[in-house]
Design a protein around this ligand. Sequence first.
Ligand SMILES: [Zn+2]
Length: 175
Amino acid sequence: MTPAERQKLETIETLASSLLARHLPQWSFSFNRQRRTLGLCRYREKRIELSLQHALAGNLDQAKETILHEIAHGLAGPRTGHGPRWQQVMRDLGQNPRVTAKTEYDLDDYTWAIVRKEGNDLHWITGRYRRPQRTSHWMLRGQPHTLGTVYYCRFSDYAAFSQGMIPFAEVALYQ
Ligand SMILES: [Zn+2]
């Protein structure tokens, strides 16, 4: 890591800490090694996380946008997703309550993950709070070739796999 990169991370951390102190004083901030998610809101741990890779690749405005997106999840509370309550909090924070492809990857506190299996890799589709029914007949809209590739697994398994903490073979997949 270059001195400039280190400086950038320090600036982001200071920014996140001051935003948290103002909006979620009991919460903490950390970077993580996620590659597929820009930000995470961990309700149980009361922690906002930002992808280190995303922080290094993007600019400060993008980092701030993601941090506020996650803070809005923290303020809206668990199981509210990107619904009306979260949107209102975003407006209260002076943010546009849109969910762009870039910020949509936060994973909230889902219990189950719906994923597409491609070889020994998993691609996030969506999250669920209740155990899904059978997914063997599911496919992505307009993509009949994905029929039979949609599975579900425990969100904790998906999160561990996507962070490189467990190998593919240890993810219990269900259809
Ligand atoms: Zn979100």
